[in-house]
Write a protein that binds this ligand. Structure first.
Ligand SMILES: CC(C)(COP(=O)(O)OP(=O)(O)OC[C@H]1O[C@@H](n2cnc3c(N)ncnc32)[C@H](O)[C@@H]1OP(=O)(O)O)[C@@H](O)C(=O)NCCC(=O)NCCS
Ligand SMILES: [Zn+2]
Length: 333
């Protein structure tokens, strides 16, 4: 029988409702390319690992022949592509640039980036607000939550750009569009640095975006019906039900949605906590702060369906359940 599911989104690609073909995920090569195009404190620059060599007419000098050999050498590089199990990044082992970019990225993923005096100096001008202070974590550490617009410029803008690049690489997500960055807010969780009294660490980040509609996640019972009817044979179809119209957000996690877009004010297109600070309640605190303060004077409630995520990862789904009590919706970024 015809499939009950309208369409399937591939796990980490951005979903696009009207399209009929599933989009592809970023490959390791794409990830590597993304990494290669941005470094810690500079605007993205084009850095090429491979060199294109044009086909040579016959009778060329020895020097030209060497260029052909060089190309061969570069194509062998793919065999030393390594994927780090800690940060999930693929890079070329032995290529000094790649190795050092990986080291910087890996450390940011694990420990977070710094928020120092230079950032504090610009904080007022950049409209940085402290929305929560003295937030106690499970391990007893205390932190604070700050918030600012994502179109901020200057030093804080560059810091946010690197943070977002790190998050996108870790999630294999594309960069957030210019339009989204124009109207969103970043919520950062800061904890005091262990080594420097004047510095803090950015250990968590939630991006909050004004959206208009989002889809309700199907209940486990509705999802089960989809599985059952998919398994049923053509001669033994189940009676039509609302599950006919469910949309699969992620087939591996079995997340299904009702495709109707319902009015929903707040979207979370990115959520990230550095790996050594997870399971301390940081993501949940960031989400609560965003829900409470994103629209001035109008606290939002996940249980009422006010908040939506883009395609969640496994960890994202777990937080969605635990923090949002099943009321979080799904939207297209
Ligand atoms: C997903 C992520 C943001 C969670 O951050 P966090 O600060 O560890 O989340 P919290 O501590 O607030 O978790 C709250 C609850 O969610 C659930 N949860 C969170 N992460 C989980 C995980 N990896 N597996 C199972 N349950 C999880 C738990 O119920 C947890 O409560 P508990 O620790 O008391 O059991 C973090 O793991 C992360 O950055 N992962 C990589 C990026 C990512 O996947 N982002 C989500 C994009 S949608
Ligand atoms: Zn790594």
């Amino acid at each position: 029988m015809a499939t009950k599911v309208k369409r399937t989104y591939s796990s980490r690609s951005r979903l696009s409702l009207p399209s009929s073909s599933p989009s592809s995920s970023l490959t390791s090569t794409t990830k590597r390319k993304l990494l290669a195009e941005g470094t810690e404190n500079e605007p993205p620059t084009k850095r090429r690992i491979t060199t294109k060599v044009k086909a040579l007419p016959s009778g060329r000098s020895e020097k030209s022949k060497q260029r052909v050999l060089r190309q061969l050498h570069f194509s062998l590089d793919t065999s030393v592509l390594r994927t780090c199990s800690t940060c999930n990044l693929s890079y070329t082992r032995g290529a000094p640039d790649d190795e050092s970019l990986h080291r910087a990225h890996c450390s940011r993923v694990q420990k977070g980036m710094e928020w120092g005096r230079e950032e504090e100096r610009e904080a007022d001008k950049a409209g940085v607000e402290e929305v929560r202070s003295g937030v106690k974590l499970k391990d007893g550490k205390k932190g604070r939550i700050i918030c600012f617009k994502t179109n901020v410029s200057g030093r804080i803008g560059s810091k946010l750009a690197i943070l977002l690049e790190t998050i996108n690489l870790a999630l294999s997500s594309p960069p957030l569009s210019h339009d989204i960055l124009q109207c969103s807010k970043a919520y950062l969780f800061l904890i005091p640095s262990l080594t420097n009294a004047h510095r803090e660490k950015i250990v968590g980040c939630a991006i909050a975006q004004r959206i208009s509609t989002a889809m309700v996640i199907a209940t486990p019972a509705e999802t089960l019906l989809v599985h059952d009817s998919n398994r049923a044979s053509d001669r033994d179809p189940l009676p039509p039900s609302s599950t006919h119209h469910l949309v699969a957000v992620d087939t591996t996690s079995g997340l299904f949605c009702h495709p109707e877009g319902l009015p929903t004010p707040l979207g979370i297109p990115r959520l990230f906590v550095s790996s050594t600070h997870r399971r301390q309640g940081i993501a949940s605190r960031l989400l609560s702060a965003a829900a409470a303060t994103f629209i001035y004077g109008c606290p939002l409630d996940p249980l009422k369906g006010d908040i939506a995520f883009t395609q969640p990862t496994e960890g994202g789904s777990a937080v969605m359940q635990s923090w949002g009590g099943g009321g979080v919706r799904i939207y297209e970024e």
